[in-house]
Design a protein around this ligand. Sequence first.
Ligand code: DC
Length: 237
Amino acid sequence: MRKIIIAIDGHSSAGKSTMARDLAREIGYIYIDTGAMYRAVTLYAIRHGLFHDGGRIDEDGLRAALTGISVSFRHDEATGLSYTCLNGENVEKDIRSMEVASLVSHIAALSFVRRDMVARQQEMGRAKGVVMDGRDIGTMVFPEAELKVFVTAKAEIRAGRRLAEMRAGGLEASFESVLENVKTRDHIDSTRPEGPLRKAPGALILDTSDMTVEEQKAWLIGQYTKAAAGANNQPAP
Ligand code: DC
């Protein structure tokens, strides 16, 4: 089957990353977590004092630094998982902190940051054979993707999932603070002028509120099989 691009967008903690990562592993595609890229830039800004009191960002400082910020993904043979590197350093755990989560939407709303990240993502997917998850993949990064999915779930369910994920990674927070963060990010992500979170034309909607991870995975594999066969102009098996 011909290689395709799979664009998975949707709300925070709706299950996108797990589905996307599992699918990529199963079909031998490269998985790209674009949220991790915005998180890594946010971590860089925190570490370099680019957030002023009250959360204001030193935009000129960040703009000047951006070309020197490298974000890459590496594969850990031992765990079989990939991790995010910021200028070569493994920052996978640091980018999942509440501090980064509470500031990332502000960084992701800056148009010069978005333009730069979108260009990097387009380059990463040029050879196809990628599963990319984010907020604007089907609308801005790869509007021509052969398979586009918009994933959502109830906010309380998403907050519960995020909290479980954080605890598994050794981070602690209250359910209320995580729920508040999920809702605030939904609002910022869907109302920003540049690359707002929207269902792309032609995207399939998946509500994972009442679905198990296995059900989500099976659904996505089914959609991939149809899309890849269609891209090849061959009937689905
Ligand atoms: O998927 P995530 O929660 O790790 O994303 C972190 C933040 O980055 C989230 O607030 C939305 C933003 N984001 C974005 O604006 N565009 C993307 N393609 C991916 C993430």
